[in-house]
Ligand binder design. Structure first.
Ligand code: 5GP
Length: 253
């Protein structure tokens, strides 16, 4: 039995070389971090919930023709994804003011924005993922103008899809962050939604009560993160029957 090769260990996920060239195994950890990892905890079951929720959203996006890196879920904590070159941007879409935009512009949290606002942050933990403009992105060559047109269109399509899915189960999609990857097919490149879509990277509020069902529960010490994410999974009908205790990554091959 061969030990598989670790490619990258992030705050919430570990990536391993996949069984076929061009594939990667994404392992969802139970670690929760906030404020650029100044706050850290291990939340039992979070990885299982995010794995299942991210699968649910990625499959839904594929069904409406939005390309993603997702190939299949392997087990409760791992999914097989296409290897891609991650564009070093966090693409944030906001429908209601909350978090950093509220602080930056002095807008009360919960205020509906006149239209969805898309923001870009440069992915660099040591800098705290600073907000950047399309000028920076073009000047530093992080993405071309064509890429930026495609990224904006993908981000808005993801927003429409997720907003509708959440609205149907009584949840308001306040904002979210996605990452975009490039995959190469012969001489062509295609942009796909990569990383994960889960309550770690969205703000989700119950429409009636305003209760937070996302990572702000951890950031702001508002109660049990597992309970919040389980509620999202339960409403979407993807609650795992017997969430397993956290385990070590399995060995394959
Ligand atoms: P804000 O800019 O208000 O802190 O975040 C906006 C949205 O993007 C929130 O839904 C937040 O969870 C998500 N987000 C921003 N940065 C990150 C990040 O580094 N990791 C994750 N998982 N989500 C992020």
């Amino acid at each position: 039995m061969a030990r598989r090769k670790k490619i990258y260990e992030g705050k919430a996920k570990t990536l391993y070389e996949g069984p076929e060239p061009g594939t990667i195994v994404q392992y969802f950890k139970d670690d929760a971090t906030a404020f650029n990892a100044e706050k850290h905890d291990v939340i039992e079951g979070k990885g299982v919930l995010n794995n299942i929720l991210s699968e649910f959203f990625m499959l839904g996006l594929a069904q409406i023709g939005v390309p993603t890196h997702f190939l299949k879920r392997l087990n409760m904590r791992e999914q097989l994804v296409r290897s891609c070159e991650i564009i070093p941007l966090e693409v944030i879409v906001r429908n209601y003011a909350a978090g950093s935009i509220s602080k930056r512009l002095g807008i009360d949290e919960g205020t509906q924005l006149p239209r969805p606002i898309v923001e870009y942050c440069y992915k660099d933990d040591s800098l705290g993922d600073p907000l950047v403009t399309e000028e920076h992105i073009a000047a530093f060559g992080w993405a071309s103008q064509q890429d930026m047109d495609d990224i904006l269109s993908l981000a808005l399509r993801v927003n429409d899809f997720l907003s509708g899915v959440f609205l149907a189960v009584g949840i308001r999609l306040v904002d979210f962050k996605i990452e975009i990857g490039r995959v190469y097919e012969g001489d062509f490149q295609r942009l796909v939604i990569a990383d994960e879509i889960s309550p770690d990277s969205c703000r989700l509020w119950d429409i009636k009560t305003g209760q937070k069902l996302d990572k702000d529960v951890f950031r702001r010490d508002l109660g049990s993160l597992t309970d919040a994410y389980s509620e999202v999974a339960r409403r979407l009908g993807v609650m795992p029957n017997n969430p397993p205790a956290p385990g070590k990554p399995t060995l394959v091959n």
